[in-house]
Write a protein that binds this ligand. Structure first.
Ligand SMILES: OCc1cccc(Br)n1
Length: 445
């Protein structure tokens, strides 16, 4: 085919055919599988959510911390068969180091606490909002990343710490319009299991595995649960008794079986504190709550939607032995994780998604190309006053400027015209009312 100067074929109807070496395959413009972009409208919702996370953390006197998304793989290798380990996003880096994209924030927090050692003034009240990763086979089409809000209290052995954390989540829910009729917290303690299993010689390591297995009780057939429990050494009778205890929904009934040990004492204290915090109608005892992380050692809780349509909204608990698993000295610790996905599904269900749109105070436009500099001066003055200002950077018809102003919900349109500028003035149009007037630049407020 004849070639024109651009090296393209002479074909007049088809698309331009590039030279072989010029051929560039169009890249996939979607984000990697299981990940999300945050275009402006999504980013506004995310910022709104994170602002509420951070505002509650501030209200509770917590300090913000953060850690690398990339951590040593060793931080997450626990022996209890957790899902979080099966789905670890791990690889070997160019220095042949085994590393992983963090699947949760708590191990990083524990690492930093150990690093800070005795210099850290206890109790520590730290919070973080960070992206966490898992490598899940996309068969289920689920996401591979989410952002998690964490709040942790390090150095307080009393249940007052767990009560404080649950209070902070209730405060968050209230801020965004979620009520106790929408959401509740199932609360229990791993000490229930511990005290029950202490009657049978079960190894420490097996305890973590038992908890991880039980956490799947609503997600797997009961026969599989029983098979897994047998594989960690529980007899048929013990499994039967265990499953019976897990169905208990009242503390009184639990006390009849367990007697008055630490588990009951902790739970009674937590429920009495809930009364004082004013969130009694948000929480209920449920012995089946164990959470799927092996390192919990005491109170555990999870936020659930009462309509039963969604996965757990958040979850947490006490983890008094985590630091020593990393070679540090143990410190009492508790915390929770709150993901950014289920909560948005809940807000959609409840028609509580906030109306968030782009807002600017001013749009500044030069009516003549020679006034671009003047328009830049005006925009700088307005920005110096803390006013968000969109400066039109090219020659555009007024129709275009008005359209952009409407899209940006601009309060004012500032027009820089030759006649006005000669008098040191600009034209102002209040877009809501249509009112328009001229004003001296140095009187702009
Ligand atoms: O909730 C577990 C989890 C961990 C990392 C990333 C995602 Br998505 N989900």
């Amino acid at each position: 085919a004849a070639r024109d100067h651009g090296g393209r074929s002479g074909a007049l109807t088809g698309p331009p055919v590039m030279e072989e070496e010029e051929l560039v395959a169009k890249i996939d413009v979607n984000p990697p599988k299981g990940t999300r972009d945050f275009p402006p409208e999504e980013m506004r919702l995310r910022n709104w959510l994170f602002h509420n996370f951070k505002e509650v953390s501030r209200l509770y006197g917590f300090e913000e911390v953060d850690f690398p998304v990339l951590e040593s793989e060793a931080l997450f290798i626990r022996k209890a068969g957790e899902e979080i380990r099966d789905q670890l996003y791990c690889f070997e880096d160019r220095g042949n180091r085994r590393v992983a994209l963090r699947p949760e924030l708590t191990p990083s927090l524990a690492r930093l606490v150990i690093q800070r050692g005795k210099s850290a003034p206890l109790p520590l009240k730290w919070f973080a909002v960070g992206q966490c990763w898992r490598y899940e086979r996309m068969t289920r089409g689920r996401r591979r990343e989410h952002y998690q809000w964490n709040m942790d209290i390090i150095g307080v052995p009393e249940v007052t710490a767990e009560a404080e954390l649950i209070s902070s989540i209730v405060t968050f829910f209230k801020r965004i319009g979620i009520t106790a009729s929408d959401v509740g917290f199932k609360v229990s303690s791993r000490k229930v299991l511990q005290e029950l299993l202490r009657r049978y010689s079960l190894s420490e390591n097996a305890f973590g595995k038992v908890c991880v297995i039980i956490d799947k009780i609503e997600k797997m057939p009961i026969e599989e649960i029983k098979k897994d429990l047998t594989s960690v050494g529980l007899s048929e009778d013990v499994i039967k008794e265990l499953l019976q205890v897990l169905s208990i929904k009242s503390l009184a009934e639990l006390e009849d079986i367990l007697g008055s040990g630490e588990a009951i004492a902790d739970l009674k204290y937590l429920f009495s504190l809930a009364e004082k915090f004013g969130y009694s109608d948000w929480i209920q005892f449920d012995a089946s709550v164990v959470r799927g992380l092996a390192y919990y050692t005491g109170i555990v809780f999870e936020g659930f939607d009462r309509a039963g349509k969604l996965r757990a909204i958040c979850g947490g608990g006490r983890y008094d032995r985590l630091l020593s698993t990393f070679g540090g000295d143990d410190l009492p610790a508790c915390g929770f994780g709150f993901g950014d996905a289920v909560i948005v599904e809940l807000l959609k269900e409840k028609h509580l998604l906030p109306e968030l749109s782009l807002q600017v105070d001013n749009i500044v436009c030069a009516l003549d190309p020679d006034l671009r500099g003047a328009a830049a001066t005006v925009a700088t003055i307005l920005r110096g006053k803390g006013q968000s200002t969109d400066l039109v950077l090219e020659n555009k018809p007024l129709k275009w400027v008005f359209k952009r102003a409407a899209r940006a919900n601009a309060q004012r349109l500032i027009l820089v015209g030759t006649k006005e500028w000669e008098k040191g003035m600009v034209g102002v149009k209040i877009l809501a009312s249509g009112e328009q007037y001229e004003i001296k630049v140095d009187e702009l407020d």
